[in-house]
Design a protein around this ligand. Structure first.
Ligand SMILES: Cc1ncc(COP(=O)(O)O)c(C=O)c1O
Ligand SMILES: [Zn+2]
Length: 408
């Protein structure tokens, strides 16, 4: 059974039944799933969770679904102790949550699993989404698994690897001549016209909840302790807010100590940093920008959850940081060459920001810090193609020793 009680408007408090709806009719604010935490607390315990099978659905009691789930094998990704990277950055307690290792190579499989399960419960036979690339792949893969149709919409300049990464699951793939914000505007019109389950529009409250499993996993992997600092990349800002909600829920359920003392650091690419700009100007109001960055998965100029993300930053005593494309590339290489993890640019944003936050003393040496790597590198490999300089040899010893030699 599901402990989801209602959809709740954070701004005016109006409540709606658990249905396919994302905005409050009265004030147009985003809706959030609220739960009967008292009832949930009676069934959730560390001991009971420890007996659940691996994967994100071990936390099903904390998610808004009942019945059979659509599962492509998401979750229980490694939390790696990052000694080598930590050594470079001067951090003694650094961990990487490697969420590249989900079935479609990004964290998006978490929110999408919940949204698609819900779409099926609500009786939709067609899924759709507006995507910067990763979401399209995940929605298409889940549609294949659930035997549903999928329409996925991406900006025309999305990386070739992301197009193949979605097309392989055989959705209706639509590239839109415009940026993500244009794609989103088109989808907002389509949702009114077609009876489709738009993963990040009319199913958005459920989609949002899947990202909470990132916090649950990290806390359980740390032996039921919340990190001192979280460093996370933002596009719309939605999943950032859910990392926080996940931690608060664990505290509310008595699984970790109350209050939550985690500082939440939001990171963006300087070429698309509307939320970080607002943070630096001391405002909770986000002014849209026109994105221009290699971190295309994060290139949202008008982030739907920017305001809420800024509230989380402020409430948690955290911060926000933006980094240039050059710093992003260095971040991708640094992570690969210290920890053996090949991330896409969103990961470079996190590592480069972490480097700045550590160097400026904002994140301290002994603070237990978790950096979230949310998407894998191979689908965006053209951005680092400059690293390929092979030695070219003939297939004999002499040629090897002449051209390469033994390098000390
Ligand atoms: C790899 C990756 N990380 C992080 C994000 C941030 O997602 P959001 O802030 O919209 O929750 C995205 C969004 O597309 C992404 O693709
Ligand atoms: Zn409202």
């Amino acid at each position: 059974m599901s402990y989801a009680r209602a959809l709740h408007c954070r701004k005016c408090g109006r409540e709606y039944p658990v249905e396919a709806r994302s905005l409050c009719e009265s004030c147009l604010s985003p809706l959030d799933v609220s739960y009967d935490y008292q009832a949930m607390a009676k069934v959730v315990s560390r001991r009971k969770l420890a007996k659940q099978p691996l994967g994100m659905w071990r936390y099903k009691d904390l998610l808004p679904v009942s019945g059979a789930v659509v599962d492509i094998g998401t979750g229980s990704t490694p939390l790696v102790r990052a000694d080598r990277l930590g050594g470079e950055l001067g951090l003694d307690e650094l961990y990487i949550k490697n969420d590249c290792l989900n079935p479609t190579y990004s964290f998006k499989d978490r929110p999408v699993s919940v949204a698609v399960t819900k779409a099926r419960e609500f009786g939709f036979d067609t899924l759709a989404c507006a995507s910067t690339g990763n979401l399209a792949a995940s929605v298409a893969a889940h549609a294949a698994k659930a035997k549903m149709k999928a329409y996925v919409f991406v900006p025309a300049d999305v990386e070739p690897g992301k197009l193949v990464g979605a097309a392989i699951y055989n959705p209706v793939l639509v590239t839109v001549n415009g940026n993500y914000d244009d794609v989103n505007r088109l989808c907002a019109r389509l949702v009114e016209r077609y009876n489709w389950g738009f993963i990040n529009i009319n199913l958005r409250p459920y989609y949002a909840e899947g990202s909470k499993t990132l916090s649950y996993e990290v806390v359980e992997q740390l032996g039921w302790r919340a990190p001192d600092c979280v460093v996370y990349p933002a596009a719309s800002g939605l999943s950032f807010t859910r990392i926080w909600k996940g931690l608060e829920e664990l505290a509310m359920l008595g699984l970790i100590e109350q209050p939550v003392n985690t500082h939440m650091y939001l990171t963006q690419a300087a070429g698309s940093s509307p939320i970080v700009n607002a943070f630096h100007s001391g405002s909770l109001h986000v002014n849209p920008v026109k994105p221009d960055t290699i971190a295309k998965s994060l290139a949202i100029g008008n982030p739907a959850n920017g305001n809420y993300a800024l509230m989380v930053v402020s409430q948690s005593g955290g911060g926000a940081c933006a980094v240039t494309d050059e710093e992003i590339l260095d971040g991708v290489k640094l992570l690969a060459q210290t920890e053996g993890i090949f991330a896409e640019p969103a990961g470079g944003v996190v590592i480069a920001s972490l480097k700045k936050l550590a160097a400026s003393g904002v994140i301290k040496k002994n603070e237990l810090t978790v950096a979230f790597i949310t998407g894998a590198g191979p689908r965006t490999q053209e951005i680092v193609s400059d690293i390929v300089h092979p030695f070219i040899v003939e297939p004999n010893l002499e040629s090897f020793e002449k051209v390469v030699g033994v390098r000390v």
